[in-house]
Design a protein around this ligand. Structure first.
Ligand code: F6R
Length: 605
């Protein structure tokens, strides 16, 4: 849609809860629109409902926005549109319909100011009333931003108008603003990620680093309540005081290829295959730091583990590692539930949060609850410089490399490896822990061979048309049963559920009928015979048993052999389930990298 197109009929405005990717460029390159679209394609994992770009062409605001995936944008449409700056957006929406008009960028009625936004403006209704509802064309909260800037712009400079507008906004935002006639970009953040990439006389403003990684590895992280004005240079300021801020330039140790698919059909498969190296990077941590963290846990009175979704299941596995290896009870709570436990928190408590993106809103809320009680927070993240990393007292980086598929795979095994390493350090066995985990990485390397993949694909072929699938595990493999269910659900839309093996007889076994695929996660440990017995109970009800285990058993209809790695069994048992989820998705004709209704970085509560 062009900015000049006829307005669609007005609907009642709705809070637009968005995760989204935003990207802006300013510099000597004249193909800014193409550059921004290509950058947004690298952020597509953040949202793929609609996309849009804006710049100035022939002295007028040019806006093009559409529903659909940014990966389907036709770059040829933008080849002859020369401009040295542009902004763009790829949207993930849960409220506020997926329409061309609701797509970003949004612009002022006089079509001089355009804005891309990630977040929620809570007081948008009040601002709409103040400006006059009749001036609005979209159903979004975001549109109040360019409208308010335009209103203030009549009385003051562009910079001042943006600052004045931001001061009026309540809620969470990362925004990039541009204005016809004044060829510079202004960005600001509160609660949503925004990073400034600093190249040679050129600047990038993005929700995540892969958007600009091929141009620069030097970044400035914008903190909450900060604004940046980008033209020939960068000028940072505090939004509340208007005072200038000096920022440290950080060099990111990431290669552009790490954010590309390479020869793989999907990022999910590439990331599963990378686990042989990513685990090694995760355990390659500074010994003093690990010892310090081990001591922090030992000294704490009340230690909690928290994360969401897959990261939450990793925390549950951590609970078992700390108990089995370090003889220490650590309490797990999903981050969305964690604040409920605030009665148990005290200044001597420690909260360990686990997050791939480092931006998950529920995790940030859990951290806030802990900090209010004076607790220390340790984070285990994959995104250095992320909000969670910067807001914790101590942060460890798992170094898994860019994880782009929505379904988390390599980040999860790296997080588990690191939690296990810390547990071994707590009992003075860090070197042994390192050796065991290095051995696990090498075994995973051997396991992930083409024959293994073909075999799992065959198993997936047998399961793919079933609407239900159950997974069981006991002890440290119980969280893996839950995690395997998440993987299968989210990429293949098969109804999958994980259970503690011993719980079956208390209800869930009623779900099993002739041929129902049931995956049994087994390790060579003290609970092995219990799990086998529970598997036999399933088989007796007609289940088709897929055994993931180091040893074969007659109860298995399909046996997926995994290496025997002792207490580290969750790290190897989870891998075939990731592959099963992947192949079921592909065989069902789905795109495993972009499951419906989901986005990679969940920056809303
Ligand atoms: C599932 C998945 C999600 C994330 C969850 C937390 O495959 O990826 O369940 O684990 O949204 O995200 P992070 O780890 O970024 O905090």
């Amino acid at each position: 849609m062009r900015a000049t197109a006829k307005h669609e009929p007005q609907c009642e405005p709705q809070l637009e809860i968005i995760m989204c990717g935003i990207f802006g460029y300013i510099g000597p390159k004249e193909n800014s629109l193409e550059l921004v679209i290509k950058g947004l394609q690298k952020l597509e994992y953040r949202g793929y409902d609609s996309w849009g770009v804006a710049t100035e062409l022939d002295g007028e605001l040019f806006v093009d926005k559409k529903i659909g995936k940014i990966s389907e944008a036709n770059l040829d449409d933008f080849k002859d549109k020369k401009c040295n700056f542009a902004i763009g957006h790829t949207r993930w929406a849960t409220h506020g319909g997926v329409t061309d008009t609701n797509a970003h960028p949004h612009f002022s009625s006089d079509k001089t100011i355009a804005v891309v936004h990630n977040g929620i403006i809570e007081n948008y209704e009040e601002i709409r009333e103040m400006i006059g509802k009749e001036n609005f064309v979209s159903d979004t909260d975001t549109e109040v931003i360019p409208q308010l800037i335009a209103k203030y712009r009549k009385e003051m400079g562009f910079k001042e108008a943006v600052l004045e507008t931001i001061k009026k906004l309540k809620g969470r935002y990362a925004i990039v603003v541009t204005n016809v006639g004044e060829n510079y970009l202004i960005a600001a953040r509160r609660g949503s990620p925004l990073i400034v990439g600093v190249g040679e006389n050129e600047y990038f403003l993005a929700s995540d680093i892969p958007a600009f990684l091929e141009y620069t590895q030097n970044v400035n992280y914008l903190d909450d309540d900060e604004m940046v004005i980008v033209d020939g240079g960068v000028e940072f300021m505090n939004i509340t005081t208007g005072e200038p801020i000096k920022k440290r330039l950080v060099n990111i140790d990431l290669k552009a290829e790490s954010a590309e698919k390479g020869d793989y059909d999907h990022f999910m498969l590439k990331e599963i295959m990378e686990q042989k190296e990513s685990i090694l990077r995760a355990i390659n941590q500074d010994t003093d730091e690990i010892m310090h963290i081990a001591q922090m846990i030992k000294n704490s009175r009340g230690c909690f583990l928290s994360g969401c979704g897959t990261a939450g299941k990793v925390c549950m596995a951590g609970e078992y590692f700390f108990s089995l290896i370090a003889n220490r009870h650590v309490n797990f709570a999903p981050s969305s539930e964690f604040p409920v436990y605030h009665h148990f928190l005290r200044p001597e408590s420690l909260l360990i949060v686990v997050s791939q993106s480092g931006e998950t809103a529920d995790v940030l809320e859990a951290m806030e609850a802990a900090k209010k009680k004076g607790c220390k927070v340790l984070s285990i993240v994959n995104s250095e410089g992320s909000t969670i990393a910067r807001q914790s007292d101590f942060s460890l980086h798992i170094k898994a490399g860019v994880e782009k598929a929505v379904a988390s795979t390599k980040a999860a095994t790296s997080q588990m490896a690191l939690l296990m390493l810390i547990a071994t350090a707590m009992v003075g066995e860090l070197q042994e822990g390192r050796r065991l985990l290095a051995e696990v990485a090498s075994q995973i390397n051997d396991m992930l061979n083409p024959r293994f993949l073909t075999y799992i694909k065959d198993v997936a072929e047998r399961i793919k048309d079933h609407e239900n699938c159950y997974i069981i595990g006991k002890a440290e493999n119980y969280p893996m049963a839950l995690e395997a269910a998440i993987k299968i659900q989210e990429v293949s839309y098969v109804h999958a559920e994980g259970f503690a093996a011993g719980e079956l007889k208390h209800g869930p076994i009623a779900l099993v009928t002739e041929g129902t695929p049931c995956i049994s996660l087994i390790a060579n440990d003290e609970v092995k015979s219990d799990t086998i017995n529970n598997t036999i109970e399933l088989k007796a009800r007609g289940a088709h048993i897929i055994g993931i285990s180091p040893e074969k058993h007659e109860v298995f209809d399909d046996w997926i052999k995994v290496p025997d790695v002792g207490i580290a069994s969750p790290l190897v048992n989870i891998i075939p389930t990731q592959l099963l989820a992947y192949y079921i998705s592909v065989l069902r004709g789905l795109d495993p990298d972009m499951p419906r209704n989901l986005a990679k970085s969940v920056t809303v509560k």
